[in-house]
Design a protein around this ligand. Structure first.
Ligand SMILES: Cc1cc2nc3c(=O)[nH]c(=O)nc-3n(C[C@H](O)[C@H](O)[C@H](O)COP(=O)(O)OP(=O)(O)OC[C@H]3O[C@@H](n4cnc5c(N)ncnc54)[C@H](O)[C@@H]3O)c2cc1C
Length: 267
């Protein structure tokens, strides 16, 4: 059971950060995950009054406040215009609309959960996290860090012309994914580059990039070979939802479908 001593709605980021330095203080996002845990929290710090609930687009970036909900991601025109249905697909299987109206992007990314669709999707793009104390760092670096007492302020996606696809497999609707895969392609420093982010392996999402120029008229066999190579770059584990071997097979299938879908759009 979760027990909470004090609730504080922070008036400034500085106040939130200072309060969070106490050993048994916790920042709250939507509380959807935290409320299921077993902990005695002395002070829970609510960030909802600090204006972190907006998705802002500028010429170079899309900035998503940590308190934005997963539903805001699903419905964001800015993300849809740049990346098609990819983000909506990444979050739409997470429990239900009411749940997604509460669970936050900040809680999802800060948690670095091994099952996270949200992390898998953002990792595939040129994404940064803005921290109160730790500055702005690349998401791929943040993922590797251990949770600390910093506060996640926003997720920043650097805009670039990239194609984005997302797919996951679940044993039953609304369950955690058995595997989650995002494939992104774009030109990086003049070179066609493919990014593969695979999560729920069942470990935290990881990112692999390949300087591959896949011919737009590649045969199904060629695409399957690229997918096999990409999927073999990751390690897979076994849990109650599936074996390592099954996950690897699923990753290969999803990556193949996603590459095919991107190539078909460009033909
Ligand atoms: C039943 C269930 C099913 C789920 N299924 C899926 C799924 O299929 N796919 C998926 O991707 N996710 C899934 N999730 C996870 C969910 O999407 C959210 O990631 C999760 O609920 C955390 O978001 P939250 O806003 O509720 O965070 P909270 O529960 O409030 O916080 C989570 C952690 O993050 C910390 N935190 C929150 N915000 C910040 C911040 N701004 N700065 C620093 N620390 C912060 C908190 O202190 C806490 O430690 C599921 C969750 C549940 C409960």
């Amino acid at each position: 059971m979760l027990t909470i001593g004090n609730y504080v709605k922070a008036k400034t980021l500085e106040e939130a950060y200072e309060l969070n330095q106490a050993r048994n203080s916790r920042v709250m996002g939507g509380m959807m995950w935290m409320r299921l845990g077993n902990a005695k929290v002395k002070t829970v710090i609510d960030l909802s009054g600090l204006g972190l609930d907006k998705i802002e687009e500028s010429d170079n970036v899309i900035k998503i406040g940590a308190m934005c909900t997963l539903r805001q991601i699903e419905e964001s025109e800015a993300l849809r215009n740049l990346y098609g249905d990819g983000f909506a697909e990444a979050v739409r299987h997470i429990v239900g609309v009411q749940f997604r109206n509460q669970a936050t992007v900040g809680g999802s990314i800060y948690g670095r959960f091994g099952f996270s669709d949200v992390l898998t999707a953002f990792l595939a793009l040129d994404t940064f996290v803005e921290l109160y104390d730790g500055g702005t760092i690349h998401l791929s670096e943040f993922v590797k860090r251990k949770p600390d007492k910093d506060i996640l302020l926003s997720i920043i996606v650097r805009k670039s012309k990239r194609k984005f696809r997302y797919e996951s497999i679940r044993q039953t609707k609304t369950d955690f994914p058995v595997i989650a895969c995002a494939v992104v392609t774009g030109i990086v420093h003049g070179q066609e580059t493919w990014f593969f982010s695979v999560g729920a392996r069942p470990m935290k999402a990881e990112l692999v990039d390949k300087a591959w120029e896949i011919p737009r008229d590649a045969s199904e066999e060629m695409i399957a070979e690229y997918a096999r190579k990409a999927a073999s770059e990751f390690t897979y584990g076994t849990n109650m939802r599936g074996s390592a071997q099954y996950r690897r097979h699923l990753a290969e299938v999803l990556i193949r479908r996603e590459i095919s879908s991107i190539l078909a759009e460009e033909r």
